[in-house]
Design a protein around this ligand. Structure first.
Ligand code: GLC
Length: 752
């Protein structure tokens, strides 16, 4: 018995040994396989996915073939790392995450932590897949430029590209490969704080300026240490947030989706944007995060988008409060099935995707397709060849002179002269100027809501800029705070004003009053600021109102009290000198509004490209005017421009022809300046009702005093006259169309 027992034991032990050896062998084999290359024509030592000379798609398929399901699912996950100071999104730190996560939101302002995390990913994981580091470089990384809403008022797409290119360089050299920008959400409700982050109320403006930003960020190649991948956001219709309240549901008709909210994304996808971020809002009952129509049917199928879609922060898990997911697992299933590739922050994909595959709710093919999109960007960025950010001298990396010069130029060109009664401006060198108000010496709030790694210490305040320009002409009093009820500063402000010839009143918003999660029920400034204005007006000195804000403002009570109004916006670090240059006349203002300024909050939403009323002469408000205070493209200059008559190469055209419309513009004043000509079209009779007019081109040019320039617009009816229906199909009908510039219009007949 004993003998037999031993024998059995021996046999069992041998079997166990073989089994263990076999397991070890298979693990070793698979490990070896992952390292032992497929026999390929190229270098027999290096696996194909690591060969820079191999086509990217070949590298992707080779790498996918080597990855386990768990490794693939981690590529679909993004977490956060570094010092997270985003007050709207507080999260955990990186030490809880595996070395081979797909991506991090990178909150550090230099590459040290990034390179350490990257070293672990590349050297301490089975396949060494590098991590993708993203960050919100919205209007600058450390050099902070004017907010995008201000940049939209410059109408200078080349300058927008330049500022984005400068921001990209700072970011990439500091460890960030990917920016969550440009935001191209058409916004027509100033109560919504995020109006600050886009290019205003018009689809064409957001499209063209968004494409300029994409070109700036991505340059000619992503595999360049000065460029970053762009991310179009927030896809789609987020700007329609009801009541201006952030994160709320949006009711966007299909036709409006195609006519107003999708065009900026289509143009920017064509411009080569690498990624898209889905939006927080619910679109007609289907949250954008799990909206198969927008994410897959439109974006990936109709537009052939080959990049990837990342969710917004915790947005997958937020499908639960949005009422379409019972739990995180269902949220992951719905979002991923809709076409959402990467899960930002909440870990729903990492936690549940493996079970969803085992249960057959998600297929391996779907997983591979999304992982392929993410790997594609990593290959395009060159992260497999250059996973680490080189070290640079700080003076080489951030706040370079040329960056600050571009920031100042953008501030110059985005400042809008809204009012200038009796040509009070420019000021002269003999005037005593009383500089008053909470914005006068402020720095922090000039940075705007998405200040990136911007610092107040980098900012040139309004007062600092004025000192360089006007020197000893200045007197100063704070007057009041941004808000609150403390009027104790009024007396000294009035006393200072009485000693001056003119009052420069600097009012505005704190930076956290706009941006994300910054909705306000009214777009008026706090009462204390209006009270100060009223008190100063009693001093009998002319008031020049300077505004620094992140949204259109309600100025109906301030406007009558001020002889001149200058919209500075939130200019970033270099606004002081450009503003002073405009106030002194050294610079001729050229900014024009890319968003309407309502007379009051009660008019919201109010925008230029609205459809015609059934009774254009009725239906007005009984208590106030129905007209805005300042309309889309409003902006004054120190010179005058005379617009000649419109002329067309033909007045009759078939749908497939082209025609050119021209208009001469003369600088009839005594100061050189930049003028932007906006070309609109109108189609007053169509199968569907259309906006009263629609912007289709804009062009900004420098005109010396006395100079006449010929502005032209080559029109293609299918592109410029057509309308789009609720299925996204474009149509051009025969009939009369109008081309409009300022108050001039010319009729063009389109025939079959
Ligand atoms: C925020 C914003 C989004 C930003 C993201 C990462 O919630 O909605 O615009 O890019 O989270 O910070």
């Amino acid at each position: 018995m004993k003998k037999v027992f031993i024998k059995k034991t021996l046999v069992f032990s041998l079997l166990l040994l073989f089994a263990m050896a076999g397991q070890a062998q298979s693990a070793e084999t698979s490990a070896k396989q992952s390292k032992t290359p497929h026999k390929t024509k190229g270098n027999p030592i290096t696996p194909t996915y690591k060969r820079a000379d191999a086509p990217i798609d070949t590298r992707i398929s080779d790498l996918l073939s080597r990855m386990t399901l768990e490794e693939k699912i981690l590529q679909l996950s993004q977490y956060i790392t570094g010092l997270n100071d985003n007050v709207n999104n507080i999260g955990k730190q990186e030490d809880e995450y595996p070395n081979n996560v797909g991506s991090y939101i990178y909150f550090s302002d230099n590459a040290k932590l990034r390179n350490e995390l990257q070293r672990r990913a590349v050297n301490e994981t089975r396949l060494g897949i590098p991590i993708l580091f993203g960050f919100d470089v919205i209007h600058g990384f450390r050099t902070i430029y004017p907010i995008p809403l201000a940049q939209g008022c410059s109408w200078n797409t080349e300058l927008i590209s330049q500022s984005c290119a400068m921001s990209a360089r700072e970011a990439r050299m500091s460890g960030t490969d990917w920016t969550f920008s440009p935001m191209i959400d058409v916004a027509r409700d100033g109560r919504w704080g995020r109006v600050a982050e886009g290019y205003g109320e018009d689809p064409y403006t957001n499209a063209v300026m968004g494409a300029a930003a994409v070109h700036g960020y991505q340059g000619r190649s992503l595999n360049n240490t000065s460029n970053v991948a762009a991310c179009l956001k927030h896809f789609v219709g987020y700007g329609m947030s009801e009541g201006g309240r952030d994160y709320t549901a949006t009711n966007v008709s299909r036709q409006s989706l195609w006519d107003t909210y999708l065009p900026p994304y289509e143009m920017c996808i064509k411009a080569g944007a690498a990624t898209v971020m889905s939006a927080f809002n619910d679109i007609n009952g289907v949250p954008a995060t799990a909206n198969h129509y927008t994410l897959t049917e439109v974006l990936k199928k109709r537009w052939n988008f080959d990049g990837f879609v990342v969710s917004d922060w915790n947005a997958v898990e937020q499908l639960i409060p949005q009422g379409v997911a019972a739990n995180r697992k269902e949220a992951a299933s719905k979002a991923f099935s809709a076409g959402l590739d990467m899960d930002m922050k909440d870990g729903c994909y990492q936690e549940h995707m493996s079970d969803l595959v085992k249960e057959g709710k998600i297929t391996l093919q779907q997983i591979d397709a999304s992982v392929a999109r993410i790997l594609r960007l990593k290959f395009q960025l060159g992260l497999f060849e250059n996973p680490y950010t080189p070290s640079y001298k700080e003076s080489e990396r951030i706040l370079r002179t040329e960056d600050k010069r571009i920031a100042a130029r953008m501030a110059e060109e985005s400042i809008v002269l809204l009012k200038n009664e009796n040509n009070l401006l420019p000021l002269n060198k003999n005037q005593k100027i009383a500089v008053i108000g909470p914005m006068a010496k402020d720095k922090e709030n000039m940075l705007g809501s998405w200040k990136g790694h911007g610092r107040a210490g980098d900012v040139e305040s309004i007062y600092e800029g004025l000192e360089k320009e006007f020197g000893s002409q200045l007197l100063y009093a704070a007057g009041c705070d941004f808000d609150g009820e403390d009027t104790s500063g009024f007396a000294s402000a009035c006393s200072t004003a009485s000693q001056a010839d003119v009052v420069l009143l600097c009012l505005g918003e704190k930076r956290e009053w706009s941006g994300e999660n910054a909705s306000r029920s009214t777009i008026a400034l706090p009462h204390i600021q209006e009270q100060l204005t009223t008190e100063l007006q009693k001093c009998g000195k002319p008031i020049v109102l300077v505004l620094s804000n992140g949204r259109p403002l309600e100025l109906c009570r301030l406007e009558p009290l001020c002889k001149a109004i200058v919209e500075l916006w939130q200019p970033g670090i270099a606004g002081g000198t450009p503003l002073a240059g405009i106030l002194s006349g050294r610079i001729n203002p050229s900014g024009k509004l890319c968003i309407t300024f309502p007379l009051t909050s009660g008019q919201i939403p109010i925008y230029y490209n609205a459809r015609q009323s059934a009774r254009p002469d009725q239906g007005q408000y009984q208590d106030i005017s129905t007209l805005p205070l300042y309309e889309f493209t409003h902006g004054l200059s120190y010179t005058t421009y005379s617009y000649g008559n419109l002329s067309a190469s033909t007045m009759r055209i078939t749908k497939n022809d082209k025609l050119t419309v021209e208009i001469p513009v003369t600088n009839t004043g005594d100061m050189d300046g930049y003028e932007t000509v906006h070309w609109f079209i109108s189609d007053p009779y169509c199968s569907i009702s259309r906006p009263i007019k629609e912007l289709k081109k804009f062009e900004k040019r420098f005109l010396k005093k006395g100079e006449t320039a010929l502005f032209s617009f080559e029109i293609e009816p299918k592109r410029d006259f057509s309308y789009i229906n609720d299925n996204g199909s474009r149509f051009i009908e025969s009939g009369d169309y109008y081309v409009i510039v300022k108050d001039k219009r010319i009729k063009i007949e389109v025939v079959d």
